[in-house]
Ligand binder design. Structure first.
Ligand code: FAD
Length: 285
């Protein structure tokens, strides 16, 4: 964890683009509530090959127009160079300075017809097109990407994205802090020296969390899963336990030198506000 201690701590929040008017209204409220915490930026997810792509641009525009820093996620699978170039130009015009560069996943039933295969190719393309204009974040997987043949190959592929020009990484969420420490140590051995910021998923709903975790390969440790399962319809106890577990993990991560957090807010302000307060983030350097 030595490489991480030297970085200034960076705290950010993630949204997804709303699909309905009600969702848009909720996001405006969430944005204004979370903005009072003064995060470094708000990132906005992007659906590969799907209708949410315009939603990402519009949401990023709305955040920038309110005077906050927005960071669009940009996934490349199924995209052409021309399409990505247009989006990059649009973001430069909006004054966006930061991008989360991803491969993404093709929606089921769609064929991969694009000009990019992996995120490292997107990072290279962004650098070739826009030089150093963007601060580029990439995804990291302390518990490894579900499609990776093994841990070592996944680490080498991660290092490839960094060599292509990424400035920092945000991790998939995890509840096993040891996986993160070891991932960072292995990065050090590979000569990867960028901030690797833990992605933090507040626990508020067990069935959704279980579904996401099965898809993205994040493990819910048995002792947590059993307790969450046992709460059944008692949402109050589940949320209280989730807050306690995630707060404790975040305290340990910070004590061990994690360079900040990226909160997966799920467009809700409450859970992130609570963690932010419990961790006394605004009084940390
Ligand atoms: P890559 O880094 O390209 O890796 C994908 C797989 O290919 C891995 O198994 C890797 O080992 C392998 N690989 C990588 N490079 C090579 C290479 N050169 N040769 C051979 N194999 C290689 N998804 C969305 O659709 N929209 C989002 O907004 C979004 N935001 C995310 C934000 C974060 C912080 C994270 C952690 C994930 C996010 N995802 C998002 C999910 C992500 O798109 C998926 O996990 C996707 O499957 C992989 O994207 P990647 O950028 O990590 O891919």
């Amino acid at each position: 964890m030595n490489t991480q201690k030297k970085y200034q701590k960076n705290f950010s929040c993630e949204f997804f683009p709303p699909k309905t008017d009600k969702g848009a209204e909720n996001l405006r409220k969430t944005l204004s509530e979370l903005a009072t915490l003064n995060p470094a930026y708000f990132s906005v997810t992007f659906g590969a090959g799907g209708s949410t792509q315009e939603g990402t641009f519009d949401t990023v525009k709305a955040i920038q127009e309110k005077g906050y820093a927005a960071a669009p996620h940009l996934s490349c699978i199924g995209s052409t160079q021309e399409g990505i170039r247009e989006l990059l130009n649009g973001y430069v015009e909006l004054g966006v300075k930061r991008i989360v560069a991803l491969r993404g996943d093709m929606p089921s039933g769609m064929r991969e017809t694009g000009e990019f295969r992996y995120a490292n190719e997107l990072v290279e393309f962004i650098r070739a097109e826009t030089g150093d204009h963007f601060h580029i974040e990439v995804a990291a997987y302390p518990e490894f990407h579900p499609q990776a043949p093994n841990a070592q190959v996944d680490m080498e592929n991660f290092a490839r994205k960094v060599k292509a020009g990424a400035n920092a990484a945000i991790t998939q969420y995890f509840y096993n802090a040891e996986a993160y420490y070891r991932f960072v140590d292995d990065c050090e051995k590979l000569g990867v020296d960028i901030p690797i910021i833990p992605g933090i998923m507040p626990i508020t709903n067990y069935s959704n969390l279980k579904r996401f975790s099965d898809m993205c390969g994040s493990e819910i440790p048995r002792w947590i899963a059993k307790r969450l399962d046992g709460y059944g319809d008692d949402k109050t106890s589940l949320v209280a336990f989730g807050e306690e577990v995630v707060t404790e993990m975040c305290h340990k991560l910070l004590d061990n030198g994690a360079p900040g957090f990226h909160f997966y807010t799920m467009n809700q302000s409450g859970p992130t506000q609570k963690l932010w307060k419990n961790l006394d983030i605004n009084n940390r350097s």
